[in-house]
Design a protein around this ligand. Sequence first.
Ligand SMILES: *[C@@H]1O[C@H](CO)[C@@H](O)[C@H](O)[C@H]1NC(C)=O
Ligand SMILES: *[C@@H]1O[C@H](CO)[C@@H](O)[C@H](O)[C@H]1NC(C)=O
Ligand SMILES: [Zn+2]
Length: 573
Amino acid sequence: MVLFEKETLLPPPRAAAVRSRWRSVGTLVRNAIVLAVILKTSFAFYQRWTAGEDSSASVVKCPQVGPLVPGQESPALSKMEDYFQSDKFRNETIKRLAGAIRIPTQSYDDLGPVGEDSRWDTMYDLADYLKSTFPLVHSTLALEKVNTHGLLYTWKGTDASLRPTVLMAHQDVVPVAEATIDQWTHPPYSGYFDGKYIWGRGSADCKNNLIGILEAIELLVGAGFEPKRTIILSFGFDEEISGRQGAGHLSGVLIDRYGKDGAAVIIDEGGGMADSWGSTFALPGVAEKGYIDVEIIVRMPGGHSSIPPTHSGIGVASELVTLIEAHPYEPHFHAENPLLGLLECGNAYSPEFPSSLKKHLPWKEPSCPAKKDKLALEAAKQGDEVKYLFTTSLAVDVISGGVKNNALPERTRVLVNHRVNIGDKVSEVQAKLVHLAHRVAAKHNLTVQAFNDESEIPSSIKLNSVQSLEPAPVTPTSVDGVTPFGVLSGTTRALYGESILIGPALMTGNTDTRYYWDLTRHIFRYDPGYDPEVGFSLGGIHTVNEKLSVVAHTAGVQWYSLFIRNMDEADLA
Ligand SMILES: *[C@@H]1O[C@H](CO)[C@@H](O)[C@H](O)[C@H]1NC(C)=O
Ligand SMILES: *[C@@H]1O[C@H](CO)[C@@H](O)[C@H](O)[C@H]1NC(C)=O
Ligand SMILES: [Zn+2]
């Protein structure tokens, strides 16, 4: 999963070490960290909440689907189920995943075009490795190479009227900085197995998904499974640096081929399991915050610094920065924010969900529309990790201006990063900045050029959108009738038991699915492999000592196989 979008924001990288430090600082949290924090802190803050009267008994929110087991059976499929539990499978899966980890498919921020920059060429090695490791997949599914390294597998179903199941993963990994190699307990590209964990870059993000999906298909082919519903595997190769070359092209091919809303469901990397309020939740990401990076250029007359104006371009830019920071975004729960649904789940099922919270739930009551805003304000006091799940963030991240100690700066540049709240729009962020820029411009007699393609003019403040993405459409989580969310839920509870609750989650990072919004509304960012003994774990993604429990991995493979079969039988509404 990519944690921030930066390639156009960073100065030219000087060394791998610089990039990697960027990636490993605390802000580079996976959505799961955010979730873990909210799940932990929320318990504390709900307890601190003043005790109020219990709200009336409400209809059950967050209905849970029962375990969903495929109806179609065969001796070969039963044998496959047994095989998942065997030592032989365990040994082989370790070998397969380790082999993939040993191919260092690193995505660099400054990669040139595919075909020109030779650093992409490790992708050929991975494609060769997959071909030799999964012979049945390659003799049964059609494989197309999209933009050279994008891998698009199609297992054609017998019923063309059924919309396909799409499974995704990315082939690339975050680079390992030279300077951090000695901090790894086992070398990052070793694929070392210590009896419990498989170690290395990509073991948890997300060659586990790449290999897991292919293992499930290989076994299903071997067991004679023939899908009615077409199965598509779409593997990009630059997710960690924007996904434009991989997912950007793959999604186009699929949307052309199957049309808008042409797929039944997409499963991509994302949230896993976490404990909270005395329950264990599976947390598929059903929404992603948006983002916009805004470049502010202040143009002022140059001249000798011995005869300066009261405010130089840097002073004016600073004034605008100060004004921007003085007007942060307020916390606000829009009705579609999945976090509200998660709170409903905690309220409905979790033994340690504090009764004091109930006065803020259910938030859907038409009689008290302000409830959720109170909820937001209270929750926001508990810390930024919680607050930014329902608040647009802004961070002034880059500033440059001036070239010499005796010359006035003619051009000062500032970059402001925003993560847009669920329910808000990129244009609202733009409008707010335009308003603030006008205030500063009026004071200093400058012209504002707001988000247009015109070239910069002297004595101006120019606002440019460097890159932006609206918040993702929120995936439906209804379980009325047979729905993709219901199939995901039922598959998960069939595998792990009914003590696992399924709750909707919000991603603060983006995955390759950003390019697939038109292919289906049913997008889930979900890591289905879980080892109860390890519990919630980030597994060192994007930092040192990335590793994955083999129990989690084998469970993940089994989950993919069950999900494919359940989707095949699903009579979707
Ligand atoms: C699995 O690997 C372990 C450790 O290498 C070995 O002792 C065991 O015999 C293997 N089991 C099978 C069934 O291959
Ligand atoms: C403001 O700028 C305009 C054109 O850039 C100029 O004609 C005008 O005299 C300026 N006004 C002041 C008060 O400096
Ligand atoms: Zn990833």
